[in-house]
Design a protein around this ligand. Structure first.
Ligand SMILES: *Cc1c(COP(=O)(O)O)cnc(C)c1O
Length: 280
């Protein structure tokens, strides 16, 4: 599904924005996290069969306590009947009771190991060295950011559901996504057409967008377009797109914005801030 946005601001600037709804893939395995997990899971499922009698298949990965990647990995592993271990940044005590992301992951059978930030940094900076138990078939880096993940992300643009918007990929002047590790953007660049200009909006702390403004815009965007965005990634991307239009840096163009998902994170943000982001 790739609906076209309609509002007066876009009309005025002669910009067409289409939103590719990767958020609709699944509630927990949403958007780019599914794309990144797809080939990682296939690899985990089909590698190492030569080990004599069947051991329980297990995947291990890393993430923060509110991570979309942790939520997605737990849900995917559960569907694939694999065990999943999540190495979570932060002390366990600070996460009791479990926040909504971890509670959902635990309900999907994920087992957690909580480690402090320093240990986490050491472990994730050289994760190839982590000694794997033979039952652990596959290690997925934080955010699913490896070659298999990137390759999966190329399918965001290869996916010809785009046809439902009656536009060919080549007809988009600009293709936008939110960036954390940048591997989604890198993967998309593998499939982009020469006509597309790719823009990645960095969202991590220290990036230029202020979270508080983003929250107000989420409400406006939802009321106007009926599409929920998350405050961490897609809300910032959309805000960035509107800012570039406002500044005249995007004009008279057809834009494809990727809704990379992340809506599972809303409950966690609401819990942290004590504010509801959406009325419904
Ligand atoms: C993880 C995530 C991103 C960032 O993806 P990277 O490949 O790390 O750049 C963007 N949007 C959502 C919703 C995400 O969960």
């Amino acid at each position: 599904m790739t609906p076209k946005l309609k509002d007066r601001f876009l009309d005025k600037h002669g910009v067409e924005v289409y939103v590719k709804r990767e958020d609709m893939i699944d509630q927990h395995i949403s958007g780019n996290k599914w794309r990144k997990l797809k080939y990682n899971m296939l690899h985990a499922l089909y590698s190492g069969r030569e080990v004599a009698h069947r051991v329980t298949q297990c995947i291990i990965t890393f993430g923060g306590a509110f991570s979309n990647h942790i939520a997605a990995t737990a849900a995917t592993a559960s569907k694939c009947k694999m065990k999943a271990i999540g190495i979570i940044r932060g002390e366990e005590l600070s996460e009791q009771p479990l926040n909504p992301t971890l509670a959902a992951a635990a309900a999907n059978g994920m087992i957690f190991k909580f480690i402090n930030r320093e240990e986490y940094r050491l472990l994730t900076s050289k994760s190839e060295d982590v000694r794997l138990h033979p039952a652990i078939r596959h290690l997925v880096p934080e955010g699913g950011a490896n070659w298999l993940g990137m390759y999966g992300c190329s399918e965001i643009l290869r996916d010809v559901e785009l046809a439902s918007s009656s536009h060919d990929l080549r007809e988009f002047d600009i293709v936008c996504t939110a960036c954390g590790t940048g591997s989604t953007l890198a993967g998309m660049s593998l499939a982009a057409a020469p006509e597309n200009r790719l823009i990645g909006f960095p969202v991590l702390k220290g990036a230029q967008f202020l979270e508080s403004d983003v929250e107000e815009q989420l409400q406006w965007f939802y009321e106007t377009h009926g599409i929920k965005l998350d405050p961490i990634y897609t809300g910032k991307m959309m805000k960035g797109i509107y800012q570039l239009i406002q500044q005249g840096q995007i004009a008279d163009s057809r834009v494809l914005a990727i809704h990379t998902g992340g809506l599972q994170g809303i409950a966690g943000v609401e819990l942290k801030t004590g504010k509801k982001l959406f009325d419904s």
